[in-house]
Design a protein around this ligand. Structure first.
Ligand code: KG4
Ligand code: ZN
Length: 373
């Protein structure tokens, strides 16, 4: 089965073409192409993602990203088809995208794919809608069905793209710019929420703390870079909720502590920034590792899946690898699949197709959580 997946939930315009096989007993994914066009440079000057700018950029980028993904995949394009009249109506709210589709004759060649898949949530609604309407327009143009995919399910399944398989029950730790959650994965698509952040997501805490230190957006990779030059023990930051008797998290106090320390020591020199970055990273790692171990103990899960942009962080990756016991399999995504990409969306769509649990409703849900029990 060949799936062309579209992801526009935040500030990456991403399209992948993935060949999927094996069903739910042994799912196997081969990426034929993966194109991710980041809008970071546009949002950088605002210090974070601006939803309407993201919407405009997705409209401009989707057609070129699609052409690149089709070309890179080498898949056949069978026959040509004229543009149906309903496309203008489908793209009523995306005039830039409509123009770019209209001007692109190459889109009239139908690629040999079985399904289109698109992220319907969670994410920024204006951004999600662009991807959804693009998928609907392509579906009409090529006469190929569209499957809705959940972004967080995509992050959970991202380690499958490197050939890992999940043994159930599994604990999933999701750490991204918008989410910090511990989830019990009982079976394919069957979830129970174990813990969730009470305020900021981990990635958000990285981004906000980086801003306090005068480092550019996105702050995660910047803080990691600075942390490598930090001195251990130069300062102490709190480990919020480390000993709370539940699996919830809180990161806004940590960010505030960074701000107070920075204000008290202003102006910060480069070494002080590095020291704060290191202690911040250690505080986050301590909390994530502690709660994750607790979740594994409580559930007796046989595997730990970690997904989301923050698992690109070397310290968090290494510490989790060291602390997971021998009888728990650790499933981490490749670095290219930590941040937002469309291959994970293809994987999420495939599992839903195989389980015959596809939704026909193509509507953006900004806060569409995983359906938990
Ligand atoms: O999953 P993702 O690409 O987008 C969302 O769905 O949110 O995650 C983005 C987040 C950002 O907050 C970014 O700062 C963080 O992942 N991030 C990192 C690193 N690389 C990206 N955080 C810590 N260390 C990194 N190396
Ligand atoms: Zn994400």
């Amino acid at each position: 089965m060949i799936i062309l997946a579209i992801e526009t939930s935040c500030d990456e315009t991403a399209i992948s073409i993935v060949e999927a096989s094996g069903g739910i007993t042994a799912p196997l994914f081969k990426e034929l192409s993966r194109v991710v066009s980041s809008q970071i440079d546009i949002h950088k000057e605002w210090g974070g993602v601006v939803p309407n700018l993201a919407k405009r950029e997705h409209q401009k980028l989707l057609v070129p990203v699609l052409l690149e993904a089709i070309q890179e995949s080498g898949i056949a394009q069978t026959h040509t088809k004229a543009m149906p009249s309903d496309i203008e109506q489908i793209l009523d709210r995306e005039p830039l995208l409509f123009n770019s589709m209209k001007e692109c004759e190459a889109l009239q060649n139908v690629p040999a794919i079985d399904y289109l898949a698109v992220t319907t949530g969670p994410g920024l609604e204006p951004a999600l809608w662009v991807g959804i309407n693009f998928a609907r327009a392509l579906s009409s143009l090529w006469n190929i069905p569209v499957v809705a995919a959940n972004h967080m399910e995509g992050h959970i399944l991202s380690p499958l793209l490197r050939g890992e398989n999940i043994t159930f029950p599994a604990v999933a730790l999701l750490i991204s710019g918008g989410h910090t959650e511990l989830i019990l994965v009982k079976d394919w698509c069957t979830y129970e929420l174990l813990g969730v952040t009470q305020d900021d997501a981990v990635g958000e805490a990285f981004d906000k703390s980086a801003r306090v230190l005068g480092l550019p957006y996105p702050g995660g990779p910047e803080i990691s870079k600075y942390a490598t030059r930090g001195t251990t023990g130069a300062l102490t930051l709190p480990r919020p909720m480390l000993h709370s008797n539940n699996l919830n998290f809180s990161f806004s106090g940590l960010k505030t502590a960074v701000k107070y320390y920075a204000d008290d020591h202003a102006p910060l020199n480069e070494q002080q920034k590095a020291d704060i970055a290191l202690e911040f990273e250690q505080a986050v790692t301590d909390v994530l590792v502690h709660k994750t171990k607790k979740a594994l103990e409580q559930t007796g899960a046989s595997s730990l899946i970690v997904g989301g942009g923050v698992i690109a962080n070397t310290r968090i990756r290494n510490t989790l690898s060291q602390c997971v016991g021998k009888n728990v399999a650790l499933l981490l995504p490749d670095l290219v699949h930590c941040g937002d990409n469309a291959s994970m969306i293809a994987a999420a769509a495939y599992i839903r197709i195989e389980k015959k649990e596809t939704k026909c409703e193509l509507v953006a849900h900004g806060s569409q959580a995983l359906a938990v029990e």
